[in-house]
Design a protein around this ligand. Structure first.
Ligand code: HEM
Length: 388
């Protein structure tokens, strides 16, 4: 373990292995110009208290272009604007609204599993397919829509990198434009003929402006697709490497997914800007300073989790920070858990001998913010699936 992180370490996943722990739970890295926070208590306090901003306009480290892209998105707003928007969109994510999706998710997963064969890439042929198909179903945008979402979200998601460059932002801007062009006529049509879908629900909230409806749909794509895909692929890979854990997954998928999330978190970092001076223990974060919260490390804090580096799917659940905490707590947590539960338990039931083709066909994505695979070729699949 390192006692301080090298200046660029937080931006280089190879230099900062998942969960790597600095000596101090919070310290100021003068070269990077940020406070690095890795203790569970310290991260939790920042996420749950007032006086911290998620708004890129307050973040001196981001290129100014980011402001153009992030307006009206719940993720990047502060109270009271955030409180108002979140109140209007949160009812779309209640368990009662999501429960009917479970059987659709099962259908989507079985269809994807039936297409897999030896040499398939689990990342593109399963882990991305499922969340895209589910979001396409939520939005009711059909096969064309799903195809468009699949193409645009990898570009869109670059806005979420905490160290997004001007190039990332320009890619994200052009993807956002493509999605907006696709959605604008659809919105007009849904206003005329509302359905049961998420877009119709948002349009029925009279207080929401059209810009907010569009921004919310785009936020759903950026926040919901890559993260869930990351969980499915990293979770499958972790279980292939530790096969002894598979029975615990099949026995209690819900508990198992929480542990997989803690151990293999899709989101490694969150950023906040101090809007006032904050004293955290004996460390001062001055107004205007940026704090980078290493949530992957916080989720392996030995003061909170026993045997923190061990993957133990049967462990008693202790809430982690994998979906954030406080006012920005993930709205899609229930949906993501459901998708991962269904996908991973069906994968290992239908293909109990699934294995990695070769370590050379496993590739992690270089990313400061996401812990995610770009490639995972698999083998050992059972013959043609009996499920059509
Ligand atoms: C395993 C999958 C997922 C992970 C790990 C994850 C993680 C997170 C985290 C850490 C935050 C808080 C960000 C912050 O505090 O700055 C967040 C917020 C959010 N997530 Fe997720 N997420 C996942 C899936 C989803 C899905 C499937 C959806 C919707 C379809 C979704 C929608 C959102 C939204 C709308 C927010 C913003 C909430 C707010 O700002 O009030 N997420 N997510």
């Amino acid at each position: 373990m390192t006692d301080t992180l090298e200046p660029a370490a937080y931006a280089d996943p190879a230099a900062r292995p998942l969960g790597a722990r600095p000596a101090l739970p919070i310290y100021y890295d003068a070269t990077a110009g940020v406070h690095i926070v890795s203790g569970f208590t310290e991260c939790s306090e920042i996420l749950r208290s007032e006086g911290w901003s998620s708004d890129p306009r307050n973040n001196p480290l981001l290129p100014p272009e980011s402001q153009l892209l992030t307006t009206s998105s719940v993720l990047f707003m502060d109270p009271p604007d955030h409180t108002r928007l979140r109140r209007l969109i949160a009812p779309a994510f209640t368990p009662r609204r999501l429960q009917p999706l479970r059987s659709r998710i099962e259908g989507i997963v079985d269809q994807a599993l039936a297409q897999l064969g030896d040499g398939s890439d689990l990342v593109s042929e399963l882990s991305h397919l499922v969340p895209v198909a589910v979001i396409a179903e939520l939005l009711d945008v059909g096969a064309d829509g799903a195809e468009m979402l699949m193409a645009q979200t990898p570009r869109l998601v670059r806005i979420l990198e905490v160290d997004a460059t001007a190039e990332d932002l320009s890619e994200a801007a052009s993807a956002s434009l493509e999605v907006t062009m696709f959605l604008t006529p659809l919105l007009a049509q849904r206003r005329q003929q509302p359905g049961e879908d998420f877009i119709s629900f948002l349009l029925s909230q009279e207080e929401l402006t059209l810009t907010e409806v569009l921004a919310t749909v785009i936020t759903l794509l950026t926040a919901g697709h890559e993260t869930t895909a990351a969980l499915i692929a990293s979770g499958a890979y972790a279980l292939i490497q530790q096969r002894g854990q598979i029975p615990a997954l099949l026995n209690d998928p819900s508990r198992a997914i929480d542990e997989l999330l803690r151990h293999q978190p899709p989101v490694k970092l969150l950023a906040r800007v101090a809007m006032a001076d904050h004293q955290i223990g004996n460390h001062l974060v001055a107004q205007g300073d940026v704090a980078l919260l290493l949530v992957d490390t916080a989720n392996r804090d030995p003061d909170r989790f026993e045997r923190p580096d061990e993957l133990d799917l049967a462990r008693d659940p202790v809430p982690s920070l994998v979906f954030g905490a406080g006012v920005h707590f993930c709205l899609g947590a229930g949906l993501a858990r459901m998708e991962a539960e269904v996908t991973l338990s069906r994968l290992f039931t239908q293909h109990p001998d699934v294995a990695v083709e070769a370590e050379s066909t496993v590739r992690w994505r270089p990313s400061s913010t996401f812990h995610t695979l770009d490639l995972l070729r698999i083998t050992g699949l059972s013959g043609p699936s009996s499920v059509s």
